[in-house]
Design a protein around this ligand. Sequence first.
Ligand code: MG
Length: 393
Amino acid sequence: MSRSLAIFGATGTIGDNALDLVDQHQDRFDVQVLSAQNNSDKLAQLAQKYNPEILVIGTQEGREALVQNLADFKGTIVVGEAGLLEAARHKVDVAVMAIVGFAGLAPAMTCAAQGGVLALANKEALVAAGPLLMQTAQQNHTQVLPVDSEHNAIYQLLQTQAQNPGHESAHKSIEKIVLTASGGPFRQHSLAEMAKVTPAQAVAHPNWDMGAKISVDSATLMNKGLELIEARYLFDIEPARLDVLVHPQSIVHGLVYFNDGSVLAQKGCPDMRVPLAYCMAYPERIASGAPRLDLAAQGRLDFEAADRDRFICLALAEAAMRADGDAPCVLNAANEIAVAAFLDGRLGFTAIGEVVDAVLQAHEVARVSGLDEVMAADLAARVGAEQQVKKLS
Ligand code: MG
């Protein structure tokens, strides 16, 4: 029996990797939903190849382009946010949520209510509304599996614990969860050097091939900060037991420290097909096509502490994680605005953290009990961040 599959954000890097796995295991997966925001040409090509039941495109113009390109298409084409939610309600065995940014939150919440597996690549959904998302998934028997390589590593490491009887005490035996960070392209830059960094330099990540937004987040270490918050909600672990370790080779993706002194680490060549294959075939393991880790050839693995004085975004994210409530949502929103301004050339690289800091400082942390409150906090933070961008640029 093949597994039905939805890929939200199908034309991005995660989409490419997920579809590469589909190509390697054609009898295993049946692609039923594909979505793209803007790239209607690529979506049309994918539709011809995979013949899904539902296509989602961001705009009406995009829809017209699809209709012109796909004269024989028998499925449904839906548009915009409403179309995305409609497609997210289509029941599939595995929904890969790879929409970038806050825009992925509402469709992720909808997927979490459908049962099956939610293979979550979007981190903002957990950051902005982690408790809500996990609660929705639990109530609807949806298994949330992390695509993010570090969380996928931790998930794998915790499996032996989860299979033990008395899961509660197993959870207590975890002393610390550590996510590794490559340190990004400016790991050894001084603050003065970082202030002059251009968008092109920030987007060139040493180990991972990713979209522009996530590459900038990796360069500021905000990505690792967001990942800590992600882990906090995904694994239901308190902030004091979460940490970051800089590891430039990106071979070790995550570590779990147990109370008996044992430390488990998950390793592998940096290739997104590894965590994707794990999520898409769970609980089976399937070939991913990733290169094999050759530790003798690798020779050495380096580790160093993260420098929170140079990478203030990491410290800001940790503070937001401790503050809880809507603080992570506000952090994320301010960061999205600041990164967009940086990519547009309206803001300096080090000013990204300054914008986020100013917005967080002006914000009074409130509890979050529903998606409406998350949306409101997000919007207010975006307005505040735009004002800060204008002040600083
Ligand atoms: Mg990651």
